[in-house]
Design a binder for this molecule. Structure first.
Ligand code: ZN
Length: 152
């Protein structure tokens, strides 16, 4: 596929996620949540999670801001839904690697997410694309505080 065609395909994917964000809800039964913002661009993301047995049973996000920030968060929720916390953390690391190296990740389930690779060439937009993933990392860290200790 030529680069132009690939660019068009990627642009379409990003716009599709922006216009019809997946998992665009606040989960009523969430047990973990986090808010993130990117003041440079005015992007906001709120994430709610239902975590059971260290697995992301459900994820929802709401937010406002530029197409890149909202599309990236939408793609992130599709990736994370139903995965283990370990896999979710691996996904966050893979995304960050893609943003710093501008190389495709080959990570399982990253098909749509690879559409954001072009963003890596624009440092200001990397903050937009990373916002959802950073907010996810924050939301997942609630496990550290809510997991019951066997000695308690
Ligand atoms: Zn932005």
């Amino acid at each position: 596929m030529s680069n132009d065609l690939l660019d068009d395909l990627y642009r379409e994917l990003i716009l599709d996620h922006y216009k019809q964000p997946r998992n665009n809800v606040t989960l009523p039964g969430a047990n973990c949540a986090a808010d993130g913002s990117n003041p440079l661009c005015g992007d906001q993301i709120q994430i709610t999670l239902t975590l059971t047995d260290e697995k992301v049973e459900q994820i929802g996000f709401t937010g406002s801001g530029c197409a890149i920030s909202q599309a990236s968060a939408s793609m992130m929720t599709e990736f994370v839904q139903g995965r283990s916390v370990i896999d979710a953390l691996d996904g966050i690391a893979a995304f960050q690697t893609m943003m710093t190296t501008s190389a495709p990740t080959n990570a399982v389930g990253f098909d749509d997410i690879d559409a954001l690779i072009g963003v890596s060439k624009f440092p200001a937009r990397v903050k937009c694309a990373s916002l959802g993933w950073k907010t996810l990392e924050q939301a997942l860290s609630c496990l550290l505080y809510t997991s019951p200790s066997p000695r308690d």
